[in-house]
Every structure is written in C-alpha cells, then in structure tokens.
Design a protein around this ligand. Structure first.
Ligand code: HEC
Length: 270
C-alpha cells in the first residue's frame, strides 16, 4: 500500500465513522454550532413550499417536497418504515400532517425605518416536533439562495431574546458562544419544545431581534427561516436503522426535517 492510498483509506474510515455522528447531531438541532446559519445547510430536510425552489434546476422542487421526499417513503414502506404495518404508516402520516398543519412561522416588524435606525423584529413559531427548533433571519424565502440577513445590509446589534414554549427566556444555547466573539447571531436554537399530534398540543416560541437598518435608502428584505423536525412528535416515529440496527427517532436521512419560510417583508428605509 502506498502512503497516498493508506492516507486515503484512513480518511475514508474516519469519514464513514464520523458521518453518523454528524448526522445524529441534527435531529436535536445544532447543539454545537453557535453561528449564523442558512437553509442550504439542511439538505436532508424537506419543504412544504414549492416556491422555495423558484428557478432551481428542473425536478429539484418536486424532489424536496414533503409529499415526495418524506411521506412517499413511508407509504412505500422503505428506508426502515417496513417495520411499521401499513395501518401504522397511515397513522404516522396522519400525525405528521397534523404537525405540519400546526407548524407556522410569522415575522413582524414596522414597514419603514430611518437609515441606521434600530428596529425590533419579532418571529413567532408554532408546532415543531421538538425537543429543539431552529429560527434564522434571512434575505429570501429560498432553500438554495437565502443567506444570513447581514448579507442584505441589516446588522444584528445585540443578542436575540429567545422565549421558549414556557415563555421564559433561554440563554443556554447562545451562551455556548463566547461573549468576546459577540452573540449577535441571526440564527438560534430553541430548546424544550414539545408537540403532541395525538393530543393536538403544539409547541411555540418567540424570538426578538434588534436590527440596525442599512444606511442607504431603499427597500430591504426580511424573512424568517424555520427548521423543525416532524416525526419525533409521533409515538410511531421511532424506526430501526436497518444498517446500524439501532432504534432511531425521526427517520434521520428520511426527509422528516423541515425548512419553512415566513412571508417576505420589504422594509422601506427612507
Ligand atoms: C443528515 C441530514 C440532515 C442535515 C444535513 C441537517 N439536518 Fe436538521 N434534521 C434532520 C432530520 C431527519 C430532522 C428531523 C427529526 C424529526 O423528524 O423529528 C432534523 C431536525 C432538525 C431540527 C429540529 C430538531 C429537533 O429536535 O427536531 C433543527 C433545528 C435542524 N434539523 C436544523 C438543521 C440545521 C441548521 C442544519 C444545517 C446546519 C441541518 N439541520 C442539517 C436531518 C438533517
């Protein structure tokens, strides 16, 4: 074995062993990434909005929609779902559809601001399987083009206020980022979220951001992106990984994650 081949082999082993750990971190949010995020990172997640792929290569939108990427796999009884009876699969789909219908994201702010003015932006989310949901401010309601809101000229001036399901303020996740690195992030995780599609009870959270408006007059976009899981909320959303033989919750690579966008708002800076 040449040195090159040996390094490549070791790299492959490290990659293969590392992958489940990396993937396993996501259902549960991003416990170790305290930084700005954009929806492109969540390639595994599926979408409820076809418009989130406007202009993308043909077929991409259809492939990423919940119906095709997630529910069709359950209906077909593939990817671990063969462990559920057809009746259980239908029940699971019912739970997922109820959760999706109850999962919303709404952004509120004033329609205009003075150049450089600090404005308050409030994002309310509901639903999400929990225990974690993720929320960010971005510039477009688009899975492949959206970027963190700073890219559009808005500056996050302070640590966002995160109110969990109990409407108590949470700082635990944000404070894993050192204070000297500044905690004025445009992406946050909210912990302690719980939804129960059987009982019809849904999670909720609110994030309040302070943003400094751009200096030049114009119309500037604001959109909230919402990352949530769907299957962990269902008692049937527990499947066995056929390869690793472990019980996994939420389908992992099965598209049970979601990315949902709020309506886009154009704020007039003048
Ligand atoms: C390897 C596939 C994969 C990638 C890549 C991925 N996710 Fe996920 N993520 C999932 C799955 C699957 C779930 C949903 C589990 C469920 O159905 O309950 C999920 C759920 C979540 C949740 C909700 C957590 C919870 O407790 O349900 C958040 C927040 C999240 N992902 C954020 C992200 C972010 C941010 C990125 C990019 C940095 C990302 N994900 C990349 C697979 C992935």
């Amino acid at each position: 074995m040449t040195v090159g081949v040996r390094i490549a082999t070791i790299a492959l082993i490290v990659l293969t062993l590392g992958l489940p750990l990396v993937a396993g971190a996501y259902p549960g949010g991003t416990p170790n990434f305290q930084t700005d995020a954009a929806p492109f990172c969540a390639g595994c997640h599926s979408s409820r909005q076809e418009s989130a792929f406007a202009g993308a290569p043909p077929g991409m939108a259809a492939k990423q929609l919940v119906e095709n990427k997630h529910l069709a796999v359950i209906r077909a009884g593939q990817g671990g779902y063969e462990l559920l009876t057809p009746a259980q699969r239908e029940e699971l789909i019912g739970h997922i559809q109820a959760l999706d219908a109850a999962s919303t994201v709404k952004l509120n702010t004033l329609p205009s601001a003075k150049p450089g003015e600090v404005v308050t932006v409030t994002v309310d989310v509901t639903g999400g399987a929990g225990p974690v949901v993720g929320i960010a401010l971005v510039d477009m309601a688009h899975r492949t083009l959206a970027r963190p809101i700073a890219g559009a000229g808005w500056q996050v001036v302070d640590e966002p206020t995160v109110l969990g399901q109990d409407f108590k303020e949470q700082t635990e996740w944000l404070h894993l980022r050192p204070a000297e690195a500044m905690r004025n992030l445009s992406f946050v995780n909210v912990k302690g979220i719980r939804s129960d599609p059987v009982a019809g009870e849904w999670g909720r959270a609110q994030i309040v951001w302070k943003l400094r408006a751009p200096a030049a007059p114009g119309t500037y976009p604001l959109v909230a992106a919402y990352w949530y899981g769907s299957e962990k909320a269902s008692p049937l959303g527990i499947i066995e990984d056929p390869i690793r033989g472990k019980l996994l919750r939420g389908g992992y690579a099965g598209g049970s994650g979601r990315v949902l966008f709020s309506d886009a708002i154009g704020v007039q800076v003048r």
